[in-house]
Write a protein that binds this ligand. Structure first.
Ligand code: PLP
Length: 495
């Protein structure tokens, strides 16, 4: 059991002259301390009477705030022993804005950890809590529709015919036939200009971002991050020593002018231009060109994460940034986690020719190489035409699943959540009515067995209305309808 942190409570910013009632201010203060990680799960809270006395508040005020925290699941009462921060708080809700941590939290140097180690230790940890079953509305591919038998057949064939070399150390740049297959695929489908030599196979986007940060950034160098943006990318970059700063996203994608005026010294920009994560907007051509021009003039780098560009249901996708880049400033990242399955742990980097050797060396130091069996099966899967067929089937399936979610939301969630169709991706954003807090809504949903991540968990500085991310591709029709009903009944209890 973690003991009471009295100092934290007495330093809560409470302002009797504010238009917000004191119980609300106290509730906000405690809730934020929990979400920031300053109050960890299991921490004991002071008794309401003692807290009221030390804060100069009435006991009723404190009890009202605690009642709301209890109702929303942030705290729990244990019979006879007091009140505690809930032990079952979902890890992915414990998101910390960059302005408050990890850098700001690094006040005293630890004798055991490096600066980077402390940044990593201060971050909220595993992003995805692994769920034993697909649950609505987790964002991910339709694992129930993956052609497992075919994959198994290709794997067995490879194992049977593999020479002893096949089981030895593999090249750090990746299995040559797979690099060829990827270069051909991204050339035709994403307008990426590259040769197979520029393709480096890694164990997913996280590893790709980490490698790029290690090779391209010095510790403390400024990196633009989309706000809202992909929290994992933010943490990986921070863990690699970058100073990550938020740049707002609007309906044209990353606001390049805002980035230039607020953080002119940036060395790198992380972007998801095909389908911004999590808002889903496509970066306009004008913004793409201005981002590339900024990178070329400042000799900065652009990290293009093209994680789910395959799933566009209407209109033609815009060409990748990499394909528009004439100054070799773009490092392109592709992942197989969304198109095939996350456990495959395969992704790739496409780097400017001049950087290939350095990236391959960095990969050999940090990772060695990706597993040969999986790489060779994937190469066969692509070159024998199964990959394109699988994508076509998944597009049709996801269009149906998205339409099903929109229908189910219209029927079950009217007045509680506004869910509109989108032309790309694997999730929709459900907008909550004004004044409803999305973290509280997400917690209620989770207690009802529904995964609906709050939009504010992706946001650093730019305030937005409350929203919930609803993945539809991983769940079938009956799970979608059942999920919508359970979500509706959870949201009715959110104040
Ligand atoms: C924006 C974004 N990029 C990339 C990925 C894939 O990451 P990885 O390849 O490490 O599984 C995800 C998965 O959630 C994502 O949301």
């Amino acid at each position: 059991m973690t003991p009471i942190n009295r100092e934290l409570f007495t330093s809560l910013p409470l302002d009797p002259s504010s238009s917000s009632p004191l119980h609300r201010q106290l509730y906000d203060g405690v809730r934020n301390a929990i979400l920031r990680g300053a109050l960890r799960p299991g921490t004991r809270l002071p008794a309401t009477r003692a807290l009221a006395r030390s804060l100069g508040l009435s006991r009723n005020t404190v009890m009202t705030a605690f009642d709301q925290l209890l109702a929303e699941g942030y705290i729990e009462g244990r019979h006879g022993s007091g009140t505690f921060v809930s032990s079952s708080l979902p890890e992915q809700l414990l998101q910390i804005p960059d302005s408050e941590t990890p850098h700001a939290r690094l006040k005293k140097p630890s004798s055991r950890l490096s600066h980077r180690g402390q940044v990593i230790a201060a971050s909220p940890g595993a992003v995805h809590q692994i769920e034993p079953i697909a649950r609505p509305f987790e964002i991910g591919p339709a694992l129930d529709a993956f052609p497992r038998k075919l994959w198994a057949r290709l794997a067995i064939r490879r194992l049977r015919v593999g020479t002893p070399d096949f089981f030895g150390y593999a090249p750090s740049a990746g299995y040559a036939p797979l690099r060829e297959a990827i270069a051909t695929y991204v050339g035709t489908s994403r307008g990426v200009h590259c040769t197979a030599e520029q393709v480096i196979v890694v164990s997913g986007s996280k590893r790709a971002i980490h490698l790029a940060a290690n090779v391209l950034l010095d510790p403390g160098e400024v990196t633009w991050m989309e706000d809202p943006g992909y929290p994992t990318a933010r943490r990986v970059l921070q863990g690699a020593g970058a100073r990550v700063v938020p740049v707002p996203v609007d309906d044209q994608g990353l606001d390049v002018e805002a980035g230039k005026s607020r953080y002119p010294a940036a060395r790198l920009a992380y972007v998801t231009p095909s389908h911004q994560y999590p808002l889903g907007v496509t970066m306009s051509l004008a913004r793409r060109l201005s981002l590339l021009e900024w990178a070329a003039t400042r000799r900065a780098w652009v990290l293009e994460d093209d994680y789910d560009s395959e799933y566009r249901y209407e209109g033609r996708p815009l060409e990748s940034l990499q394909g528009l880049d004439r100054a070799s400033r773009v490092v392109y990242i592709g992942s197989l986690s969304k198109v095939l399955f996350p456990a495959l742990r395969l992704g790739y980097l496409i780097v400017p020719s001049a950087l290939v050797d350095t990236f391959v060396t960095a990969h050999s130091i940090l990772d060695g190489a990706s597993p040969t069996l999986e790489q060779s099966v994937l190469a066969d899967f692509i070159t024998e035409g199964h990959f394109i067929r699988h994508l076509r089937r998944m597009r049709t399936l996801y269009v149906e699943r998205q339409a099903c979610l929109v229908r189910a939301a219209a029927r079950e969630l009217g007045g509680l959540l506004d869910v509109q169709a989108a032309e790309a991706g694997m999730h929709l954003i459900g907008w909550l009515p004004k004044g409803i807090d999305d973290v509280a809504a997400s917690l209620h949903a989770r207690q009802a067995g529904i995964m609906a991540r709050p939009l504010s968990a992706f946001t650093d500085k730019t305030r937005r209305p409350g929203g919930l991310l609803l993945g539809y591709s991983s769940v079938n029709r009956s799970q979608i309808w059942d999920g919508a009903r359970r979500l509706a009944s959870a949201l009715r209890h959110v104040r």
